[in-house]
Design a binder for this molecule. Structure first.
Ligand code: 4NP
Length: 151
Protein backbone atom coordinates (compact mmCIF):
# COMPACT_ATOMS: atom_id res chain seq x y z
CA UNK A 1 0.00 0.00 0.00
CA UNK A 2 1.41 3.39 -1.02
CA UNK A 3 0.12 6.18 1.21
CA UNK A 4 0.01 9.68 -0.28
CA UNK A 5 -1.06 12.95 1.32
CA UNK A 6 -1.54 15.98 -0.95
CA UNK A 7 -0.96 19.22 0.92
CA UNK A 8 -1.80 22.88 0.22
CA UNK A 9 -2.55 25.92 2.37
CA UNK A 10 -6.33 25.91 2.84
CA UNK A 11 -7.22 22.34 1.74
CA UNK A 12 -10.17 23.61 -0.31
CA UNK A 13 -8.65 24.25 -3.78
CA UNK A 14 -5.38 22.59 -4.86
CA UNK A 15 -4.82 19.57 -2.62
CA UNK A 16 -8.37 18.16 -2.87
CA UNK A 17 -8.21 18.74 -6.65
CA UNK A 18 -4.92 16.78 -6.76
CA UNK A 19 -6.41 14.07 -4.54
CA UNK A 20 -9.33 13.40 -6.89
CA UNK A 21 -7.29 13.77 -10.09
CA UNK A 22 -4.72 11.28 -8.76
CA UNK A 23 -7.44 8.89 -7.50
CA UNK A 24 -9.02 8.93 -10.95
CA UNK A 25 -5.68 8.22 -12.67
CA UNK A 26 -4.94 5.34 -10.31
CA UNK A 27 -8.45 3.89 -10.81
CA UNK A 28 -8.12 4.08 -14.60
CA UNK A 29 -4.85 2.11 -14.29
CA UNK A 30 -6.61 -0.51 -12.11
CA UNK A 31 -4.35 0.33 -9.18
CA UNK A 32 -6.89 1.68 -6.69
CA UNK A 33 -6.25 -1.11 -4.18
CA UNK A 34 -2.54 -0.22 -4.07
CA UNK A 35 -3.05 3.35 -2.88
CA UNK A 36 -4.35 5.18 0.19
CA UNK A 37 -4.75 8.87 -0.71
CA UNK A 38 -5.85 11.84 1.39
CA UNK A 39 -5.31 15.63 1.50
CA UNK A 40 -4.58 18.25 4.15
CA UNK A 41 -3.97 22.00 4.56
CA UNK A 42 -1.26 23.74 6.55
CA UNK A 43 -3.46 26.59 7.86
CA UNK A 44 -6.54 26.75 10.09
CA UNK A 45 -8.62 29.20 8.04
CA UNK A 46 -10.82 26.73 6.16
CA UNK A 47 -11.04 23.81 8.64
CA UNK A 48 -14.28 21.86 8.13
CA UNK A 49 -15.16 23.63 4.89
CA UNK A 50 -16.13 22.00 1.61
CA UNK A 51 -14.03 22.26 -1.55
CA UNK A 52 -14.16 25.61 -3.36
CA UNK A 53 -17.12 25.55 -5.82
CA UNK A 54 -14.75 26.24 -8.74
CA UNK A 55 -12.61 23.23 -7.75
CA UNK A 56 -15.74 21.08 -7.97
CA UNK A 57 -16.65 22.66 -11.32
CA UNK A 58 -13.22 21.76 -12.74
CA UNK A 59 -13.60 18.16 -11.53
CA UNK A 60 -17.13 18.01 -13.01
CA UNK A 61 -15.85 19.41 -16.32
CA UNK A 62 -13.31 16.57 -16.52
CA UNK A 63 -15.77 13.89 -15.30
CA UNK A 64 -13.69 13.22 -12.23
CA UNK A 65 -15.74 11.84 -9.33
CA UNK A 66 -15.35 13.24 -5.83
CA UNK A 67 -16.88 12.72 -2.42
CA UNK A 68 -17.80 14.83 0.57
CA UNK A 69 -14.94 17.07 1.68
CA UNK A 70 -14.18 18.70 5.02
CA UNK A 71 -10.95 20.70 5.01
CA UNK A 72 -8.50 19.21 7.49
CA UNK A 73 -5.36 20.65 9.04
CA UNK A 74 -2.09 18.72 8.66
CA UNK A 75 -0.84 17.54 12.07
CA UNK A 76 2.58 16.35 13.25
CA UNK A 77 0.94 13.00 14.05
CA UNK A 78 0.13 12.56 10.31
CA UNK A 79 3.83 11.93 9.60
CA UNK A 80 3.65 8.19 10.31
CA UNK A 81 0.39 7.74 8.39
CA UNK A 82 1.85 8.49 4.92
CA UNK A 83 4.83 7.62 2.68
CA UNK A 84 4.65 10.77 0.54
CA UNK A 85 3.62 14.30 1.44
CA UNK A 86 3.11 16.18 -1.83
CA UNK A 87 3.02 19.98 -1.43
CA UNK A 88 1.75 22.32 -4.11
CA UNK A 89 4.33 25.08 -3.62
CA UNK A 90 7.57 25.96 -1.82
CA UNK A 91 5.66 27.49 1.09
CA UNK A 92 3.74 24.22 1.69
CA UNK A 93 7.06 22.33 1.60
CA UNK A 94 8.63 24.72 4.12
CA UNK A 95 5.60 24.50 6.42
CA UNK A 96 5.77 20.70 6.36
CA UNK A 97 9.53 20.64 7.00
CA UNK A 98 8.98 22.91 9.99
CA UNK A 99 6.08 20.84 11.34
CA UNK A 100 7.77 17.46 10.90
CA UNK A 101 11.35 18.58 11.62
CA UNK A 102 12.68 16.72 8.55
CA UNK A 103 12.59 16.92 4.75
CA UNK A 104 12.18 13.15 4.35
CA UNK A 105 8.95 12.05 2.59
CA UNK A 106 8.28 15.68 1.51
CA UNK A 107 8.03 16.64 -2.18
CA UNK A 108 6.54 19.34 -4.38
CA UNK A 109 4.11 18.11 -7.06
CA UNK A 110 5.79 19.73 -10.06
CA UNK A 111 9.21 18.35 -8.99
CA UNK A 112 8.03 15.17 -10.72
CA UNK A 113 7.71 17.02 -14.05
CA UNK A 114 10.44 18.62 -16.16
CA UNK A 115 10.03 21.95 -14.37
CA UNK A 116 9.93 22.49 -10.64
CA UNK A 117 7.51 25.42 -10.55
CA UNK A 118 4.84 25.95 -7.91
CA UNK A 119 1.23 25.06 -8.64
CA UNK A 120 -0.58 28.40 -9.02
CA UNK A 121 -2.93 29.02 -6.09
CA UNK A 122 -6.34 29.78 -7.62
CA UNK A 123 -7.48 31.30 -4.32
CA UNK A 124 -5.30 34.24 -5.36
CA UNK A 125 -5.15 33.91 -9.17
CA UNK A 126 -8.86 32.99 -9.64
CA UNK A 127 -7.68 30.85 -12.56
CA UNK A 128 -8.74 27.27 -11.84
CA UNK A 129 -8.08 26.16 -15.44
CA UNK A 130 -4.30 26.75 -15.23
CA UNK A 131 -4.21 25.10 -11.81
CA UNK A 132 -6.10 22.05 -13.08
CA UNK A 133 -3.70 21.63 -16.03
CA UNK A 134 -0.66 21.89 -13.75
CA UNK A 135 -2.13 19.42 -11.26
CA UNK A 136 -3.03 16.92 -13.98
CA UNK A 137 0.54 17.00 -15.38
CA UNK A 138 2.01 16.71 -11.88
CA UNK A 139 -0.21 13.76 -10.97
CA UNK A 140 0.66 11.87 -14.15
CA UNK A 141 4.38 12.40 -13.48
CA UNK A 142 3.99 11.40 -9.83
CA UNK A 143 2.30 8.13 -10.81
CA UNK A 144 5.06 7.40 -13.38
CA UNK A 145 7.70 8.12 -10.72
CA UNK A 146 6.08 5.72 -8.23
CA UNK A 147 5.61 3.00 -10.85
CA UNK A 148 9.28 3.22 -11.94
CA UNK A 149 10.39 3.14 -8.30
CA UNK A 150 8.35 0.01 -7.59
CA UNK A 151 9.65 -1.93 -10.62
P1 4NP B 1 -5.63 26.20 -1.37
O1 4NP B 1 -6.11 27.72 -1.55
O2 4NP B 1 -4.40 26.26 -0.47
O3 4NP B 1 -5.29 25.73 -2.74
O4 4NP B 1 -6.79 25.44 -0.73
C1 4NP B 1 -6.39 28.54 -0.45
C2 4NP B 1 -7.63 28.48 0.16
C3 4NP B 1 -7.90 29.32 1.24
C4 4NP B 1 -6.93 30.17 1.70
C5 4NP B 1 -5.68 30.22 1.11
C6 4NP B 1 -5.39 29.40 0.02
N1 4NP B 1 -7.21 31.03 2.82
O5 4NP B 1 -6.34 31.86 3.15
O6 4NP B 1 -8.28 30.90 3.42
Amino acid sequence: MIRICFVCLGNICRSPMALYVFKDLVKKEGLENDFFIESRGTCDDEIGNDMHPATKSMLDKHNIPYGEHHATRLLKSDYEKFDYFIGMDDYNVLSMEKLFGTNKKIYKLLDFTKNNKDINDPWYTHNFIITYDEIEKGCQSLLEFIRCKDK
